[in-house]
Design a protein around this ligand. Sequence first.
Ligand code: HEC
Length: 131
Amino acid sequence: MRYLLIMILAFSASSFAQTDEQRAAIADRIKSFSNVCVAGDDCGGAAIADSAVAALPGEAKYAGCAACHGPNGGGGIGPQLAGRDADYIVGRLTAYRANETVGAQSALMWGQAAALSDDDIQDLAAYVTGF
Ligand code: HEC
């Protein structure tokens, strides 16, 4: 009986063993979901370094926002941004940058907006209104 159990365990262990290649493929697949990119972080493809932010157009600055607001502003963890006008976006981002509470989840946006300059906010608003 104990021998049978060991056989079963050994068999299942070997059939679930993964090669490094398989592990890398899995890590690659789940990466985009496990990686919340905050302004100032290296966000993989589009690096948003503090010093580089001012030089990037709105599209690149939006790279870290897409995880929560969707690549086309359709919403997700964060509300839909598509359809909002620039003044609205600027007003919200300015409020979040000042750590003001807008909705129940404003704390999620404080860190996002903290490092944004006025120009960043204008660029982001211009990009978002283009959705
Ligand atoms: C970790 C997820 C997350 C990321 C990343 C994120 N947001 Fe948000 N965002 C939220 C949530 C959640 C709210 C709602 C906050 C509240 O309750 O006040 C929000 C709210 C907003 C609003 C106000 C929307 C409304 O309808 O009032 C704007 C504008 C906005 N985000 C823009 C951005 C921009 C631009 C970025 C990138 C610099 C960004 N967000 C990154 C989650 C996120």
